[in-house]
Design a protein around this ligand. Sequence first.
Ligand code: ADP
Ligand code: MG
Length: 697
Amino acid sequence: MDFFNTPIEYLKGVGAERGGVLRKEAGIATFWDLLNYFPFRYVDRSTYHQVKDVSYVEGSVQLKGKIVSLSELGAGRAKRLKAIFEDETGSIELVWFKGAKWIKNSLQIGTLYRVYGNPKRFGTAWSIPHPELTLFANVAHEKGLQPIYPSGEKLAAKGLTSRGIEKLTFELLQQCNGKIAEILPSTLMEQYALMGREAAYQAIHVPRHQQETNKAQFRLKFDELFFLQLELLIRKQVAASKAKGYEFPLVGEPFQTFYDQHIPFELTQAQKRVLKEIRADLRTGKHMNRLLQGDVGSGKTLVALLTMLFAVGNGFQAALMAPTEILAQQHFVTIQELVAPMNLGVAILTGSSKTKARRELHEQLENGEIDILIGTHALLEPKVVFKNLGIVVIDEQHRFGVAQRARLWKKNTSPPHILVMTATPIPRTLAMTFYGDLDVSVIDELPPGRKPIQTIHYYEQSRLKVFAFIKQEIALGRQVYIVYPLISESETLDYQNLMDGYEAITRNFPRPEYQVSIVHGQMKPEAKDYEMQLFVEGKTHIMVATTVIEVGVNVPNASVMVIESAERFGLSQLHQLRGRVGRGAEKSYCILMTGDKVSKEGKKRLETMVSTNDGFKISEVDLEIRGPGDIMGTQQSGLINLKLADLSRDGQIVGIAREAARSILLDDPNFEKPEHSYLRAELKRLLKSKPNWGKIS
Ligand code: ADP
Ligand code: MG
């Protein structure tokens, strides 16, 4: 048997009982699992801080000194144990809110201790809550870094504290000598200055100094990300070789005519580049599966139209699918106007299309009179049959699941090409990982002449000032959005806030001088559409709404977006909402209203919004704050199981790993070269352990 597959019970110091707990609590079943159970931080045992410096140190401190007194304070829930700890330079409090009794009995007054913890400031004094305390006599011999492993109550009960796990790992490493094979070819090792694999395992578990540990972490994170990227790229290759796409060899007459005669403005460089990328897919007969990212207002609609014209010019039909009825309507109106002078069949199909109109439409779809069909997910119904559907453009990827997209594939004998457009920029790292098997195009440039939206944060006490400003804008002929949060958990409360707000607004903006629309989730769809339409047509000045307006509505005359309780919105939502203004020629404003109490994270979000309009920058901050799981949704993030690498922090390594994976595949797509035999074996092993891996897009 392979040494590393040895059951963990066989390791000296483990045995049946501990083995059981390791399996159950830590997922460690074999030697290899233990080797890949990594410390989550290191404590620098080589240096001690002095108490007088505690306020300057960032993060954790390590102190050496004595406890001079102990006292129990408070009662009930507020009960706590306080110790005064001092070294030659001063004293500081240690505090325990739990386990006070046990700790009190075990602490020795006047004995030298090592204290490790995170100092917190209470008022003017510093204290360390729940410090790690060790008798100095027991640790005096320690040098360098100490790894800290994740443990837990059940593990600790069997002696498998961080310390216990450290000992086992140390024992295992003694036996590993020379057994951890190098799997990367030397070209990669040299190119990226990677530490050897065995040395990296040694250094990550038995660290000598921080620099070495960093190199070890880099190496092992690289492995993790490199193999992930290899898998993604291989999947992409396989998909490309399997699914034959319809070939659109021609640019085609409709495209040519539109481009030469009817296009309302010159394309931006970014739009041109993206179109070239799309065209390159379509002309070759490769099946396109492309994600188009572009910030709000970057001009994705025009790209969608031009892409659909490629299909039409090659004898195919095209469909554009939007997440809501209002958006489908807007796309329909926009596109119909753009191609009005041309002889094209453009139609719309939504849930509210009437039966008779539907029947006619179905017929025209089947006989090919309709070239471009725009609609909602009503397009997906089986009775909607095309003569020859060649491409589907999906606006706003976040609302369309994998299953829905799969239904599109059945709309023709071969799957139609798919272009997914999203206005929520996804950080590069996540795009490379979660959509690593899709092609990604990015529109990273806004059309010229846009005036940047000015974003301002106001606290509640400035409300009258804000209202005065709104009146001023309305007097200039502009329109205003006022948006309230609506988060399902506290819906009733939010609904109340919205209604209170609406009342305050109608009081401050009385009729007939001011007309106010309201739209929220509890209204009937027809009522919503009606109110929305009033605003779109400029018949109302103010639109009070919940986030139903978030995606896509286009009212170029609206110049002010007020977001109430802005601290409760996520960054990408704030950015989307802001994108509703700044669509016309006038300077536009986004006003973020908050109460006085805003959390640290909330402040960071507000500051980010105030300081930049760049959706990609915003998405990076969002990633930093929320982490990849929250952004991609737990369902998707569960598919990518990373032990060591952190997508919110290791973006750079992701990029390097992808580049490395690509160059290997280019050089030796089937891993036939002798120097790649280890790579092939490792990949096989990895793929075997995840049978259900896949279905990411
Ligand atoms: P989004 O990417 O958010 O869907 P749209 O396609 O709605 O953006 O475009 C936003 C606005 O920019 C529209 O009014 C559109 O007509 C305009 N626009 C698009 N491309 C250009 C361009 N190349 N030059 C000038 N204006 C453009
Ligand atoms: Mg759009």
